[in-house]
Each structure stands twice: as C-alpha cells, then as structure tokens.
Design a protein around this ligand. Sequence first.
Ligand code: GUN
Length: 292
Amino acid sequence: MDLIDGNQISKAIIAELKEEVAGLREGKPCVAFIRVGEDPASVSYVKKKDRTAREIGIESRLTALPESVTQEELFSLIDTYNQDKAVSGILIQSPLPPHLDELAAFRRVLPEKDVDGFHTVNLGLLCQEDEDGFVACTPAGIMELLRRSGTSLEGKHVVVLGRSLIVGKPVALLALQKKEWANATVTVCHSRTAGLSGITSQADILVAAIGKPGFVTGDMIKPGAVVIDVGINRVPDSSRKSGYRLTGDVDFDAAARRASKITPVPGGVGPMTVAMLMKNTVKAFRRQHRPG
Ligand code: GUN
C-alpha cells in the first residue's frame, strides 16, 4: 500500500507558484478572505490559507465579520472587494452561519474573482469543460493528487460518496471529463443511496466526502482500490492538548489493508485545497492583466 502524500505534493505546487509569482511583472496577486463568526475550524483554515499566500508572495486581506452580520452587510463587503482592482480573488469561508444565504453570497462574487469556483458561471464552465473558468479547490486538488501520484482514471470506475457543491458534484464532473487523466465512469452516492457498500466495493477509485468520521469501513473497499479521503472531522480526544484529533471519513487502518493507494488525514487532500486556491488566485491575476 502506498500513501499519497498531500503535504509533499502541495509543497511542490507551492514552490512552482512561488517562482511564477516572483516572475510576474504586472504586480502581485492578492486574495481577500471573508470569514463570518469564530468557528474554530474556519479560523484555522483561513489562517493556513493566509500564511500560504504570504509564503508564495501573494498578498492577502482578511475580514472577520461578527456572527450577527446581515446578508446586506456581507453583500456590501463582497461588493467592495469586487470593485477593488488590487484584489484578484475572493474567498468566503464556508460554512456561513445558518441565517445567511451562502449560495447567494457565492453568486455575489464576480465570476472572474471567484477563486473558489462556486459561482453559477464557473460551475457552468466546468460542465462545458471550458478551462477559462475556476474549478473548486478541493476537487481540483483531488485530481492533481491523482495525476501527480500517477493514477489515471481512464476507463476506471470512480465512486464519489457525497453530492455537495464544494466537493461531490464538481469532483464527479472532473472525473467524467473527456480529458487526459479523466475519462472515468462515475457513480455518485449519497445519504439515500440503496445498497451503498455493493457500489463502493466496485470502485477502482473511491472518493469519500461525506463528513462522517470512519464511515467507510474496510469491507466497503475493493482490494487494490485507490482511496481518497476528503473528510476532515474533529473527534474528541482527551489525550491531545487540543482536546481533539482530526480523522477522515475512512477507517484508515482497515482501508490501508485493502487499498493500493490511500490519502491520510491530515496530510492528504487538505493541503491540496490550499495549494489549488493559490493556483486559482494566480490564474485570476493573470486573467485580469491579460492584454486586450
Ligand atoms: N469549506 C470547506 N472547504 C472549503 C473550500 O474549499 N472553500 C471555502 N470557501 N470554504 C470551504
């Protein structure tokens, strides 16, 4: 069994981007982060993205709005960043508190600054296989992990667990594309799927993105499959100083006995999401400075 090392692969991408950004003559890309409330996981994700941006030479701005912010106030901040020519990309950290309309916020971001790829226009471009759009960072990161670890999807059965806008749907579309490293046969499973383990055990590549710790057990995995664990779940652990540990959607030890390759949690998909956000930010900057 091989471990797919997301830390190592993301480091290589970050090094490539650092070089690319140093060579930009039109100025520096800039990413604006919008966080609402103080959810500890969101605070930690945004901090990590902010630190990585700076490491690459990408400027960053962070606005932390109070939990009580209104939709109009959130829109007003998005509009400010939309209009600011120095801002290349905008990221609204999900999830937002339940009183806010997250989809409306994603749609308020100008498509050309939507480095998260959640705007209707960018999702449409993804369906049309138009590379001018932005692809959501976690799905793009998963595809990059597979490519850089030498896993071709051509003709393979990819089973995606989860149908979210952030991971499940876009990763299914990417695996389905008529492109090198894609061309998979894709099945998307979800909470109402009947006979789930019968389907997962036919997967050559299994992508678990459901947010339930240890949901995928060893018997659900076909021997020799490639397992991509997207879950980042905090489970209480009194032996840790933080009081919790991170665990994926897959029972790692059991899966590792059956899989040919597997991503760990942490250190698998997570760092790739950050790296792809940076890649999208540089792409946004380049597009905004494209002559003509
Ligand atoms: N929450 C979990 N994953 C993501 C992501 O890729 N982007 C944003 N904005 N929020 C998230």
